[in-house]
Design a protein around this ligand. Structure first.
Ligand code: NAD
Length: 431
């Protein structure tokens, strides 16, 4: 007498006699009556439920990521109004990172001369978002609308291109800062790599394609020691993840230029400073600490050599950005197809006169009329480089770029803004 197991799973199926009358019944039994089969079915159901639940949580977290509320007739109307051009041969520009330091200044300059400007910014909290909100209301007062959203939101970006046929994209949204990369490396990949690709995909598909001008960084020169830094110098030795993502951006934009005919201009900014600047930068945090009577940390390089930066005033950077937009040349593709070669350019935008950090502190002390408490320490290996110095002859020739503000004059303007903005009166906050 065969056992039940042998009956259901005969070792030699070919020899198994089929009882036609009970065939269906037996197959049903085969599938469901066996404990082993039931066990497999149970496993299958558990796996199915688990994968459904994890998919749901992925969808939930995805939508949480892009919670910015956008859309609607009123919202579209604000975008159209903001993009209106008020001069002949003017441009309509999508400015990413418009609530940021450089983005807000460039947006205002474009609007002032009659170009249409629409901003986008995710208002992240890398530094105090209230400063970003303050810049936003400044732009609002001039008729510039900033969409609150992330450049990784492909649907949002596509919608913006649906509403406005942007002639240019000024791409300034990024995770900036060299040292923060050791704390939150993924934010650099999110904004500077993934976000860049999402934006370029939208530009590639737009019809007509816009010309793209975007911010790379002097940090791509990394360990390069040849001075001053020229565009043709080595940029394959980054000293920080920030620099690496900017260098990757240069390669990624080159690909989109090569395959899809996008006109691309990359700008390597050198330490930009000025009113409404970034609180994470040394000149800004030094000012705050000096006014609050707190010590400042001044880093020193190898062999006690002072660090030096090619500090560049914001108005000069704005001129370089606007000059780049004006000379960018057209993209040649449409609907994702290249129709001919398009310009690909890279420029240094610096001041071409580096100043040491202790000299920067001296100037701040003079303007603030307060002595700094200096804490001089050796530079840790956190991604900073000992000096930067731009060769700007290419930008001079091609863009008519000519910086006009020295550090003394620029810091005077910054300090004046700082004291007014934060309500300081001779070193004391008045509110
Ligand atoms: N300021 C400098 O000295 C300097 C030097 C070299 C390069 N850069 C580059 O210039 C550009 C502008 O710098 P900044 O000093 O104005 O910095 P910023 O941080 O003030 O401005 C960047 C803005 O982009 C926004 N943003 C970041 N990720 C985003 C995302 N995924 N989606 C939408 N918005 C996002 C931020 O909220 C911020 O308002 C950046 O690309 C930066 O890397 C700046």
């Amino acid at each position: 007498m065969p056992s039940l197991e042998e009956e259901l799973f005969p070792s030699t199926p070919g020899k198994f006699k089929i009882d036609r009358a009970h065939n269906m019944n037996r197959q049903f039994n085969r599938c469901f009556a066996s404990t082993s089969t039931m066990f497999l079915w149970a496993l299958f159901l558990i796996a199915l439920t688990a994968s459904y639940l994890s998919f749901q949580s992925f969808v939930d977290s995805g939508s949480r990521y892009f919670t910015a509320s956008w859309g609607g007739i009123q919202w579209e109307k604000q975008i159209r109004n903001s993009a209106q051009i008020h001069r002949s041969k003017g441009m309509s520009v999508l400015v990413t990172g418009a609530a940021g330091f450089v983005g807000s200044h460039v947006s205002l300059a474009l609007k002032k001369r009659g170009d249409g400007v629409v901003g986008i910014d995710n208002f992240n909290n890398y530094y105090d978002p209230s400063l970003k909100k303050a810049r936003k209301s400044l732009l609002n007062n001039q008729g510039i609308f900033i969409v609150e959203g992330d450049i990784n939101d492909a649907r949002l970006i596509a919608k913006l291109f649906d509403i406005v046929a942007f002639t240019h994209v000024m791409h300034l949204a990024a995770q900036a800062g060299v040292r923060y990369a050791m704390e939150n490396p993924h934010s650099y990949v999110h904004s500077n790599i993934a976000g860049l690709v999402t934006l370029l995909e939208a530009c590639k598909l737009a019809n007509p394609q816009p010309s793209v001008v975007w911010a790379s960084s002097s940090s791509v020169y990394g360990l390069n020691e040849k001075v001053p830094f020229s565009e043709s110098d080595r940029t394959d030795q980054p000293a920080s993840l920030y620099a690496a993502t900017k260098k990757a951006g240069e390669e990624i934009t080159h690909t989109y230029n090569h395959i899809y005919g996008l006109s691309v201009t990359g700008l390597r900014f050198f330490t930009v400073y000025g009113p409404f600047g970034r609180p994470d930068m040394a000149y800004f945090s030094f000012t705050r600490n000096i006014l609050q009577g707190k010590p400042i940390t001044v880093y020193r390089g190898k062999n006690r050599v002072d660090l030096a930066r090619d500090f560049t005033y914001i108005d000069d950077i704005v001129k370089g950005c606007v000059g780049s937009l004006d000379t960018s040349g057209k993209s040649t593709g449409s609907g994702g197809k290249k129709r001919g070669p398009a310009p690909y350019r890279i420029f240094n935008l610096g001041n071409t006169s580096p100043v040491t950090v202790p000299t920067l502190v001296n100037i701040l002390e003079r303007h603030l009329k307060v002595k700094a408490k200096r804490n001089i320490v050796d530079m840790p290996g956190n991604g900073d480089v000992p000096f930067t110095h731009a060769n700007i002859s290419l930008a001079q020739r091609e863009l008519g770029y000519k910086p006009t503000t020295d550090l003394e004059t620029g810091l005077k303007k910054f300090v004046k803004w700082y004291i007014t903005y934060y309500g300081y009166n001779r070193g004391k906050a008045v509110h």
